[in-house]
Design a protein around this ligand. Sequence first.
Ligand SMILES: Cc1ncc(C[n+]2csc(CCOP(=O)(O)OP(=O)(O)O)c2C)c(N)n1
Length: 1038
Amino acid sequence: MSQLRLLPSRLGAQATGLLATRGIPRRSWRSRSSEPSAAFPNGTSGGGSSYVEAMYSAWLENPQSVHQSWDSFFRKAGGETPLATPEGRPVPSRRTKASKLVEDHLAVQSLIRAYQLKHKPSELTSCSRDCSSPLQAPLLLPGCLVTFGGRNQIRGHHVAQLDPLGILDADLDSFVPSDLITTIDKLAFYDLQEADLDKEFQLPTTTFIGGSESSLSLREIIRRLESTYCQHIGLEFMFINDVEQCQWIRQKFETPGVMQFSSEEKRTLLARLVRSMRFEDFLARKWSSEKRFGLEGCEVMIPALKTIIDKSSEMGIENVILGMPHRGRLNVLANVIRKDLEQIFCQFDPKLEAADEGSGDVKYHLGMYHERINRVTNRNITLSLVANPSHLEAVDPVVQGKTKAEQFYRGDAQGKKVMSILVHGDAAFAGQGVVYETFHLSDLPSYTTNGTVHVVVNNQIGFTTDPRMARSSPYPTDVARVVNAPIFHVNADDPEAVIYVCSVAAEWRNTFNKDVVVDLVCYRRRGHNEMDEPMFTQPLMYKQIHQQVPVLKKYADKLITEGTVTLQEFEEEIAKYDRICEEAYGRSKDKKILHIKHWLDSPWPGFFNVDGEPKSMTCPPTGIPEDVLTHIGTVASSVPLEDFKIHTGLSRILRARADMTRKRTVDWALAEYMAFGSLLKEGIHVRLSGQDVERGTFSHRHHVLHDQEVDRRTCVPMNHLWPGQAPYTVCNSSLSEYGVLGFELGYAMASPNALVLWEAQFGDFHNTAQCIIDQFISTGQAKWVRHNGIVLLLPHGMEGMGPEHSSARPERFLQMSNDDSDAYPVFTEDFEVSQLYDCNWIVVNCSTPASYFHVLRRQILLPFRKPLIIFTPKSLLRHPEAKSSFDQMVSGTSFQRVIPEDGVAARTPGQVRRLIFCTGKVYYDLVKERSSQGLDGQVALTRLEQISPFPFDLIEQEAARFPGAELVWCQEEHKNMGYYDYISPRFMTILGRTRPIWYVGREPAAAPATGNRNTHLVSLRKFLDTAFDLRAFEGKTF
Ligand SMILES: Cc1ncc(C[n+]2csc(CCOP(=O)(O)OP(=O)(O)O)c2C)c(N)n1
């Protein structure tokens, strides 16, 4: 029996080996295989063919000597006639038939092998079907069936009629695989003839085309396979490494009659198409010269999305988060999310005034949040469309992060309540790398959203670019194959096929919690936008498009012809919706003011007051009671699990933490522990994500302990701090910045009551996520009145490590800060907090662990949310001087935006000849140098912990404290980088241009740091010498 179980793979290996080693095309091998010697030239014995032949010989001699399943099989394959006499005597003239049977069998096995190549070997054993059962064995044998079935399943999409225009093949290739039976003569590929068409064949268990029948004629088999795989739906799923999943898809599409719709369903579909199409028509009529990125040519997207939502709601989903680009977005807002039409229409009025602060955004970028009853399922559903920039696909990871957070807060670990849908354009889906980065998050435990339904509006053009010039993959959807997502291509002019596919996609997501792609192969009726002339560049395509009958008309005609609706009913449906639009249009004229607040995609109930303003303009002190510090320090130095063996090096680190706790001091890692731990105690969820963050790139954090003896046994002491504390998530991410930062931004969008941090491995690498920083983090609130408290931890510092691994590019962040460099501020009582409220983000470079501790806590204690950019240290993590005392962290203490000089110089300010302002790590170099030059009384050092918004008030005070001192800005970065360009005009403003601020630091350069260690040290020496050369600026003017 075990021999039977091995049969397919063993035979397959032989066949494949034969093909590969000889380089013989399959077709020629196929004819050679009729000679047994040629079939097994390497002399392999004991293979499947011998086994089958042995079976067959035995059966020829005596049909009862083999299992009845073999008997049945040989009888059927032999034309229902026993090949032996009833007495068991062989019939010699049947010998030719016998070789033919074996030959067919071998061909089949090679194809089965080709099929099996798509599966991991281990899955053969995990297959639920018991292949060792002799009853099952023959089902593997009727090769033609498996062959056609397998080939069509793999290749049917190549010939499916997916393009409504019929001019481009959806896979950019008109090739029809020769092993698909498109004409009778193709039967010869399998050595079959027309006469075989009416023979009955047993169906294998790997197909569902038979429905309740276990055998069909070859003619019917081909017909059914064609109707499943080669019509308006093209399926790609055979790359999926899971037998059960493949079977599930086959069943959904192969089972006869699956695509039946009740007349009620058809009428709903028609009504949805009416809305989709008439909405665009209405906008086109009223605002013919306005850009709206209409959906014409893919109107079916509206019923498609609605089907996914209905079906998901039916299966228990209560919250759907959508991300989508420009195309059809207004239509989705109107007809899927159900935004009031007048709110949409009024946006076309150029005189509409903005009521909110901020610069706002164009109408087809705004987001939306809406709770309502799903009319089909009668269940509550919350729909949100996430606001996005023009940057195509950038919103994908943001949507996923928000979805993950919503699932997390609801305890929906399996994604049964919350899901995401991502809509893509074909060119962007294929071209934008963030799509790939987002797919790679889809199955990671701390990033999975348990499956996303992707819908591609594949209008076969990207602006003016032909897809043949826009991608190297056959389909725009091929990127999804990396995560084994099934891909359902569907002709968008066949609304029923679309609806069916969408419903299966929703079910797939619910069943397997994996991504799935629906590729709506459609066209774009107009230019890229309504002002564009597409005939300049796509003349032939657009000639065809101009003749294309709109999908609504086609479908209405079909339903009228089959009697599902009458023409009058159809016309009434249209008139009804047109009336709705007209009435809303009338109301929209009354709107004079636009409230972007009404377009918020992520409201935070209770966080702001009823007007959406912060409840106060104060921030409480960020220090915490000493016993809390001590408790966190104690847990941070312990292993809370029993029998847990940690690495000896780690034991040393924990002992050092215990020692620091006893001595009431903290280093950087312990300060971070204290900040996170105390927030967890206060019910604030903390999530830290990024590359290698669990240990920390610099091996300082160690938030996840690993048992040295038990594989994958880990412990996160931070989650053992207090009973009832908020959960802490720390997760190593995939090696992506764009995708992961976008994800965390989305995560932080979901709730104000969480500290969400993303750490770059080194600050340099944040620039591969620049789009998230520019389009969402620095500008998000201005565009969408949406707060976000994400924290970026960017390791930064010139330490001789080369042009990369040195600079997190502070200048870039500062250049985007919106505080006015030239306006002398009004110092109100709440200046510190209101300045934070007015800025677009906060940029800090902490010089002490306590400072880091406070700024993290302040991030949550503020009555509003702002992104926080922290340049974090590398060498300071272990610097003996870079420690803070508990005294700087206990109750009553707070974040100090500026740490003033408090040493010798502070005691005799009149004698101070130079006041050096600096930020971050260079402070320690300056302190050391000052002391070695004996200048402690003559040079004061003041640190800016918060660089932006600029602490005008404190800088003014500090400069006033040392009236006779020359003012210097010192930085270790090159002059055209770092902070100088930002601080310089602000110093001028606050000093009234009465005193210069001299620059000391590295000279301008192209690269952020040298690759030569010696050059690094020489330049350090040089600027330190200048910093303490009290005559350096003598005689210079400013
Ligand atoms: C990242 C990015 N690059 C370029 C553009 C400019 N752009 C806007 S739409 C578009 C074509 C998009 O084509 P496709 O993804 O197929 O969507 P369609 O407009 O056809 O619906 C381009 C290149 C953009 N918006 N974003």
